[in-house]
Design a protein around this ligand. Sequence first.
Ligand SMILES: *Cc1c(COP(=O)(O)O)cnc(C)c1O
Length: 419
Amino acid sequence: MDHFHQVAGVLHAEDVPLPRIAAEVGTPVYVYSRATLTRHARVFRDALSVLPSARIAFAVKSNPNLAVLKVLAAEGYGADVVSVGEMERALAAGMAPDSIVFSGVGKTEAEMARALEAGCGQFNLESEEEGLELAEIARRLGKTAACALRVNPDVDAGTHGKISTGKAENKFGVPYDRAAAIYARLSQTEGLQMRALALHIGSQLSKLEPLEAAFTKVGALMQDIRAAGYSVTHMDLGGGIGVPYKAGEVFPQPEEYAAMVARVTGNWGVTLMFEPGRVITGNTGVLVTRVVRVKEGATNPWVVVDAAMNDLARPALYDAWHDFAAVEPTGETFTANIVGPICESSDTFAMAREIDSVKRGDLAVFRTAGAYGATMANTYNSRPLVPEVMVDGDKWAVVADRIEPATILAAERVPDWLA
Ligand SMILES: *Cc1c(COP(=O)(O)O)cnc(C)c1O
């Protein structure tokens, strides 16, 4: 459910007509609905309230906008971060350092030191080597790092290959059959306080079964580790629940997810941690774009829009689908290809799709663009960095400026020996 809807034939974000934002900010522009964001945050949190002890760390990488993080901080969310840059954002949004989980396979020494100094709540270690390095830094700084060991459960998440992370051949975590020994060694390493296992098997999961299989596997591992005499007080179950990108698709509901977690983890006796990203932010945003022109094609017309793969990379990266809708639909439809202006054939949003009829100058949206949208944007083809707007009832504000090519050009230097 979201708060993007038609009012008198014009698509609105909550109470604000999208043409008003487009007129004042220009296009392309991401528009987020605060009411949708708050609602998703609450639905997920409330669903988990059936569990004895749950903490939620929002996966910042799905939407790191400061205003978005502020809303989630107010809803009691911590953060799952994969770089110091993301950690600084979470702190800037007012999230408690203790509520921050530092994930990622390539944390640098400088990042680990900064996170220790900031009081980061948990490091999710992806290897024994990383644990030993972190321990050394912690000892040097006179700190103890609370840690989880990320396990690769070798479960197929059944999602797109490029967003699968829990198969043995993926780079993430330590191999399942070596995890107990590594946990034991790291538990005996001064500077670390091993407290959890962590897993995250992939993103945009459409079924609960792979998650259930993975949770069951790491639950057994947890019991082995305890039987060997080591402490496990937390378990980090990651994120990964998918959202419908096409009208009519059905995905696991937070209550179904929570019921499955309760069933699997009932006797674990731990604090459970969760790292949802897309399920919180996916439906909270649309990318508003304007049709540059409609060009005749060999089979179907090409609808050339002013948004491109640099603004919304998912279709080019993962063949992802985003519903496309006219802001002021006429009721007519046609079959067309939707493309951006970038000089790459991968700058394609849809081929041979039946869409609202649009013509030059019309506004349209790509839906479900709140997760892995603006955050993946870049300036390829010397295009501006796309701006972001948040709507709250009848209020709205620019929450990330458009960065113009001139600003980027101003950061480039011609060395003396070329002048
Ligand atoms: C990306 C990621 C998440 C969030 O994934 P979603 O599919 O957006 O829920 C959670 N944890 C880790 C470690 C991640 O890398």
